[in-house]
Design a binder for this molecule. Sequence first.
Ligand code: AMP
Ligand code: MG
Length: 343
Amino acid sequence: MSSTAIVSASDENYQDAVKAAVPLLRAGEVVALPTETVYGLAGNAFDPLAVAKIFSAKERPSFDPLIVHVAHRADLERVCVIPEDIQPTVEKLLNAFWPGPLTIVLPKHPDVPDLVTSGLGTVAVRQSANKIFRAISKELGQPLAAPSANRFGRISPTSAGAVMRELEGRIPLIVDGGACSEGLESTIIHLTAGEKRPTITILRPGPITKEMLQNFGKVERPKRPRDGSAPTAPGMLPSHYAPRTPLLLIENAADFRPQPGKRYGLLSYTGEPGKGYVSLHRWAAMETLSPGNGKLPEAALRLFHLLRKLDEAELDYIVAEPVSEVGLGVAIMDRLRRAAAPI
Ligand code: AMP
Ligand code: MG
């Protein structure tokens, strides 16, 4: 692959994008598409060669399974088999949150290639709310396997420009649908029937928060191995979403001990002098997640974009302020912790 084309699209006008993307996808190619969470690198989920191209363009290890996106709810039965005991809960969750940023892990249909699920007996399924994504998937008539359109372990892209910086020359086409409206990857859950109420395990926190899921069952986070050994569930790799510049997530201001002569940049929550870490140091650069009062949805939306900006600011270190771990703050802190983990 030598050059990567970009075609522009909007919610009102996406015909050119459909015309450019669908023939490529039919031919077993991969295309970067906007979703409401982050940009995805999409390929026909039933075509193992297309799926292999997703892994190779991203340099993603084959043990990390992909999310499958369905255009219609009816397509669910093509990709998974919903156990009877959780069927009513799945139905309620889909009515509440689909199309939208909720991914559910369900037993896989035998037709889904093993490469998609990394050999697991389960498949992660989602229905994107992005109009452009859905129009392309409907026209293709196939579910799309689509992980985030970044190289493995790097920051997820929330704009077409960010995809270009990650995958230029590796994929034939990027559909530019503008900035993503959520900016953080989908919430991933797993369900078990339970005796009285179903249990909803949040495998990856995201825009659909614990608080939003609590009406549908008992919500829990997976237990992490105590000995610090490798996580058993996929999607829980400690080091992920990482900028190239080392990121320090400083949970207490007193722990910040800058080395002389080094350039530190701040990822601030509100950017207000006297609040957070704004006045803690003479920062070589500063970006603000949610100027003024600080709003978590705005912070989530801007997180990856601003991390990418700081990564390009020729700093020695990026310092991130913690945000409060309620609602969307849980997903933001999850991404910051993984970005900060040593590689
Ligand atoms: P990405 O789309 O790049 O954000 O990655 C998809 C995430 O979904 C990865 O972190 C996977 O580990 C997770 N995932 C995909 N399939 C499964 C599955 N069957 N069980 C648990 N997690 C999954
Ligand atoms: Mg990803």
